[in-house]
Design a protein around this ligand. Structure first.
Ligand code: XUL
Ligand code: CO
Length: 436
């Protein structure tokens, strides 16, 4: 029986459509910068928010109406939920999904039983993937919900929690491979600290590197060829997460010899919690060759936590897609909606409204970013700004032909630096608004 009988397959109806269950801008087949939108955007649904998010917050329990859920979770319930998830994704027309191991199947009394539960649901996920053609963008392990990870997992003071985490990631990698996952994500969960007096930071970070090396080694051993991704987040749940931002993560990967194996999965709301914009984080990653994938969402200006809202701001999606196009696309990464409907939006249909809005906002952002690039006004203002490096002393410095002494001689002869020209920020902002 269908879980969403009132919803037909969501179709592209164009900007004039008033149908809330239609795309106005996302036309999967429309070619933008040489590729169909479907390939440029690589949308993914996050299983944890859309199919496990109950709507609880620190002040009250869940509110979501989900008729397919039994009061008590079980493998049978998880299998029914998996079928509903695929009905949802099929109707939405989203080509990928992502999950944590514990999103899709319940924990058992022992690790062995938990693994058996997971296998039973993975069988169904595989069947549904084959039936629909929907693919796994990435798998990951939940190393933060169970109380055994109260002090963290890979950075726990308890060696047994570390060992459990390794066993869990081993299984999650096997399952991700089994389902043809094209990436595998590490998000820190509780890898961080609340209090430095009880924390051996150096030892914990060394352990995190050991853990990631073991994952890379095991992936090679089983022939998993997906891309590893590390997801920066500065705080929440711990006061100070070790994977703070792009720059911190890149430094960690390079310091521990992981830079050839791991790229970054950048999330908008995590960037803003770090006091950055998401385009800053994308630029830091992209310019250093670490741009892997995006967790698409947004925070709230007036709320200081990870609200994980669906992105509907066209200016935001334009800036993100401009960075994505600049760095040659996201594949094998994608745009994963790590976003949840509000606690007050508790009906199943709200899940469709949320995703349709997010997909349309990104399709629009893609088209606007492509128009900005095609027009070239912003690009020429940028290259004019650096013109002094294209010839003369600038080009000589870049070519390594100078040192402090020769530059002193140059400046002593010249007397003073050439005058600066305006940065034209307001003009640039006005030009951007012409495309929106
Ligand atoms: C938490 C978060 C996670 C990761 C996957 O803030 O973003 O859902 O994306 O573990
Ligand atoms: Co995320």
């Amino acid at each position: 029986m269908a879980a969403f009988p009132e919803v037909e397959k969501i179709r592209f109806e164009g900007p004039g459509s008033k149908n809330p269950l239609a795309f106005r801008y996302y036309d999967a087949a429309e070619v933008v910068e040489g590729k169909p939108m479907e390939e440029q955007l690589r949308f993914s649904m996050a299983y944890w928010h859309t199919f496990r998010g109950a709507g609880s917050d620190p002040f009250g329990p869940g509110t979501m109406i989900r008729p397919w859920e039994a009061p008590q979770d079980s493998v049978e319930n998880a299998i029914r939920r998996a079928r509903v998830a695929f009905e949802f994704m099929e109707k939405l027309g989203v080509p990928f999904y992502c999950f944590h191991d514990r999103d899709v199947a319940p924990e058992g009394a022992t690790l062995a039983e938990t693994n058996r539960n997971l296998d039973a649901v993975v069988k169904v996920l595989k069947e549904e993937q084959q039936r629909t053609g929907i693919r796994l963008l990435w798998g990951t392990a939940n190393l933060f919900s169970n109380p055994r990870f109260v002090h963290g997992a890979a950075t726990s003071c308890n060696a047994d929690s570390f060992a459990y985490a390794c066993a869990q990631v081993k299984k999650a990698l096997e399952v991700t491979k089994e389902l043809g996952g094209v990436n595998y994500v590490f998000w820190g969960g509780r890898e961080g600290y609340q209090n430095l007096w009880n924390t051996d930071m150096k030892r914990e970070i060394d352990h995190l590197a050991r853990f990631m090396h073991m994952a890379v080694d095991y992936a090679r051993e089983i022939g998993f060829t997906g891309q590893f991704l590390f997801e920066p987040k500065p705080k929440e749940p711990t006061k100070h997460q070790y994977d703070f931002d792009s720059a911190t993560c890149i430094n960690f990967l390079r310091a521990y010899g992981l830079e050839k194996h791991v790229k970054l999965n950048i999330e908008t709301n995590h960037a803003t919690l770090a006091g950055h914009t998401v385009e800053h984080e994308l630029e830091v990653a992209g310019s250093q060759g670490f741009l892997g994938s995006i967790d698409a969402n947004t925070g709230d200006l007036l709320l200081g936590w990870d609200t994980d809202q669906f992105p509907t701001d066209i200016y935001l999606t334009t800036r993100i897609m401009h960075a994505v196009l600049k760095y040659g696309g996201l594949a094998p990464g994608g745009l994963n909606f790590d976003a949840k409907v509000r606690r007050e939006s508790f009906e199943p249909i709200d899940l469709f409204h949320a995703h349709v809005g997010g997909m349309d906002a990104f399709a629009r952002g893609l088209k606007i970013a492509a128009a900005i690039r095609a027009d070239g006004k912003i690009a020429s203002l940028l290259s004019e700004r650096y013109a002094s490096w294209d010839g003369g002393v600038g080009a000589e410095i870049e070519a390594g032909k100078h040192d402090f002494k020769s530059l002193e001689t140059y400046m002593l002869q010249k007397g003073d630096a050439a005058p600066n020209v305006s940065g034209r920020q307001e003009l640039i902002e006005n030009i951007i608004n012409l495309y929106l």
